[in-house]
Design a binder for this molecule. Structure first.
Ligand SMILES: NC(=O)c1ccc[n+]([C@@H]2O[C@H](COP(=O)([O-])OP(=O)(O)OC[C@H]3O[C@@H](n4cnc5c(N)ncnc54)[C@H](OP(=O)(O)O)[C@@H]3O)[C@@H](O)[C@H]2O)c1
Length: 410
């Protein structure tokens, strides 16, 4: 069963029931995606109840959100933060937990709709737990799909879960994609802002600081995805995500730079028609679409004023200055565990860059060297995914440590 089929069939089967609020869980509620989701829930109190919220370490914000939304359960992964969470929620009747087991418990508790809003492959276990309960999973945590790929999609199909794409580009394509006549679709196009270094030379990027890399020109996001947007690895991860979500070969998935971030995705049909989705660059629009689906929920985002915007521009990505996009496409073509390796090496390198241990250009160089050294093995089980992910992280960490600040890319 494909995701396309799943979404179409579910749309027909699920009828919105205004008398029954939708039960919502947010994995990663304290992050950028999580906070945008919380904001929408607070504005639509009658339409939703909140089952569980999770964070990695930010117990203070988690407790504040749990109180504001009347959640039933709050889980913080870091056990050192458990006492703070427990104290902050004492007397509220909100159950609390900590550790990876509590994260999985949050994902498994009864809910109609689960936001997968954790960053990185750390989201795989809890997102899988929600999938295995057959939930509607609002899917932001793209590294999960890059890392576990078709094995993850197999679990989605096996458990009758539904993935609702939240990444703005995939959400846009979802809204334009005719799931009933897929044979009429020629290609899809993901747009890309180009990030903060779109016009920088490689020499300028070599000296880029973490603060410069996370200063995205159009979107406000967490640190990791902001760095991915600066290297264009984010678009590479999205290419792999689109391959799995829309079941199209990679030569029918285009990427175009569009600095204004107004058009988010396009679907080209066999008669030359192109359907595009436009909106202000605010994640509350795609999140609201997933929250309300198959209906629509309201979002307070700035409405588009095309005359005010004036000009929409487009350009080809430059593979020489931004090798990460090429690496992602190659990993997808090579298949097997290559996307798992790509993702694990990238997470390791981005982390090292944010800590000032390597330079900006070293990120893609570390990913490339890790990919070169680990053969494209087949993945037969999720254990294979976890093992390969660990091996790739270990090798990437060695490369980072061996080079230190000498800068792999020079
Ligand atoms: N931000 C966006 O606009 C945007 C757009 C499209 C797609 N996405 C995707 O959505 C995901 C989340 O992005 P984000 O920008 O919201 O990230 P973020 O701001 O860094 O938030 C990440 C969330 O995950 C939690 N977390 C971090 N590490 C964890 C771990 N090891 N185990 C469990 N929880 C952990 C964090 O908790 P603490 O707060 O306690 O650290 C936080 O709640 C990413 O996959 C990203 O690519 C984001």
């Amino acid at each position: 069963m494909t995701t396309a089929t799943t979404m179409r069939d579910e749309a027909a089967a699920v009828s919105p029931c205004p008398e029954q609020p939708r039960r919502v869980t947010i994995l990663g509620s304290t992050g950028s995606i999580g906070q945008s989701t919380v904001d929408l829930l607070l504005r639509n109190r009658d339409a939703f109840t909140v089952e569980a919220l999770t964070a990695n370490r930010n117990a203070a914000l988690l407790a504040e959100q749990a109180r504001a939304l009347g959640a039933r359960f709050a889980a913080v992964v870091d056990p050192a933060e458990y006492p703070a969470l427990k104290d902050a929620l004492a007397g509220t009747g909100i159950a609390v937990g900590s550790g990876r087991a509590a994260l999985v418990e949050a994902a498994e508790r009864p809910a109609d709709w689960v936001m997968a809003g954790i960053v990185g492959a750390a989201g795989l276990e809890p997102t899988l737990a929600a999938v295995r309960q057959g939930r509607m999973v609002a899917f932001a945590n793209k590294e999960v799909l890059v890392s576990a790929g078709s094995l993850f999609m197999r679990e989605v199909a096996a458990h009758g879960a539904t993935l609702l794409p939240v990444d703005s580009e995939h959400n846009a394509i979802w809204q334009c994609f005719d799931f009933t006549r897929v044979e009429g679709i020629e290609k899809i196009t993901l747009t890309c802002s180009g990030g903060p270094f779109r016009e920088h030379s490689s020499d300028q990027m070599r000296d880029a600081t973490p603060a410069e890399a996370v200063a995205h020109p159009t979107w406000r996001m967490g640190a990791k995805i902001s760095v991915d947007s600066a290297t264009l690895m984010n678009k590479g991860l999205e290419l792999i995500e689109a391959f799995h979500l829309f079941q199209l070969p990679d030569d029918r998935i285009d990427i175009v730079i569009h600095p204004q971030s107004i058009i988010h995705g396009l679907v080209t049909y066999c008669d030359g028609s192109v359907l595009a989705h436009l909106g202000s660059p605010d994640m509350r629009t795609p999140i609201a679409y997933a929250l309300g689906w198959p209906g629509r929920a309201t979002a307070p985002t700035k409405r588009l004023d095309l005359a005010e915007i004036g000009r929409l521009t487009f350009e080809e990505p430059d593979p020489r200055r931004f090798p990460a996009l090429r690496l992602a496409r190659e990993a997808l073509r090579r298949g097997g565990g290559s996307p798992t390796v790509l993702n694990a090496a990238n997470e390791t390198a981005v982390h090292a860059f944010l800590e000032g241990r390597i330079g900006f250009l070293d990120i893609a160089a570390t990913v490339e060297r890790t990919l070169d050294r680990i053969p494209a093995v087949n993945l037969d089980s999720l254990d294979d995914v976890y093992n390969l992910d660990n091996a790739a992280r270990a090798l990437a960490a060695e490369l980072v440590a061996a080079r230190g600040l000498s800068r792999v890319a020079e």
